[in-house]
Design a protein around this ligand. Structure first.
Ligand code: PEP
Length: 250
């Protein structure tokens, strides 16, 4: 039985003041969350404040990206040990915005995943196709290529310690959600690809859906057999909406 995970990705949003009231709101509603594990991925500079507010709560936190390098001359980067030092449990790697705006390749993302895993963080590997790729009918080969970069580098066992988030790029921040059937189809493909290599790893692997998930569509999505929660952008910035998604997994 896989425990659902609902992880917020705040992206480059918030202020000390707004995250305080957001987290106060989420904490206040956590008694209604019966099933899901809840996490928030904050801008790195706010992680100390998030740690202070969430320490001792049922909410985990994480980074939105992490360097594949341990330390050194990598201006602007954040290392795995830095995330660990501020209590992070999770690190998102390969978000489509990192791939698109920072030219992160599948290999770079795989190296980030490996570094996060080696440091004892739980990496959340984002995969997903653009609208053009979906229209060309190559969704599965794109997702396979993104997964295989990791599997070729680290072996399928690497997925025993991580999470995959299927995020169709055309659904992120656009209000266009994949239908539960469309999402389930790709989630089943992902799990099947892992199962072909290791059935046990596939069975335990949490595969989140991301892309305009809201309280109004979360329940239908999470009810699908291969959808184990969500990676939430916009709706994670509002405590009521975020909790509405967290309780949809009850
Ligand atoms: C995301 O950024 O991972 C995401 C899914 O965003 P949104 O929920 O806003 O589509």
């Amino acid at each position: 039985m896989r425990r659902p995970l609902v992880a917020g990705n705040w992206k480059m949003n918030g202020s000390l003041e707004s995250i305080k009231s957001l987290l106060d709101g989420v904490k206040a509603g956590m008694s209604d969350v019966k099933q899901a594990e809840v996490a928030v991925c904050a801008p790195a500079i706010y992680l100390p404040a998030v740690q202070q507010q969430l320490q001792g709560s049922d909410i985990a936190w994480g980074g939105q990206d992490v360097s594949a390098e341990a330390s050194g001359a990598y201006t602007g980067e954040i290392s795995t040990s830095m995330l660990k030092e501020f209590g992070c449990k999770y690190a998102i790697v390969g978000h489509s915005e990192r791939r698109a705006y920072h030219a992160e390749s599948d290999d770079t993302v795989a190296r980030k995943y490996a570094a996060a895993r080696a440091a004892g963080l739980i990496p959340i590997l984002c995969v997903g196709e653009t609208l053009e790729e979906r229209e060309k009918g190559i969704t599965e080969s794109v997702v396979a290529r993104q997964m295989d970069a990791l599997i070729n580098l680290e072996g399928v066992a690497a997925l025993a310690d991580g999470v995959i988030a299927y995020e169709p790029v055309w659904a992120i921040g656009t209000g266009m959600t994949a239908s539960p059937e469309q999402a389930q189809e790709v989630h089943a493909f992902i799990r099947g690809r892992v199962a072909a290599l290791d059935a046990g790893v596939a069975e335990g692997l949490r595969i989140l859906y991301g892309g305009s998930m809201k309280p109004g569509n979360a329940q239908e999505l999470i009810a699908k057999p291969d959808i184990d929660g969500g990676l939430i952008g916009g709706a994670a910035l509002d405590a009521g909406d975020f909790l509405g998604i967290c309780t949809a997994a009850n």
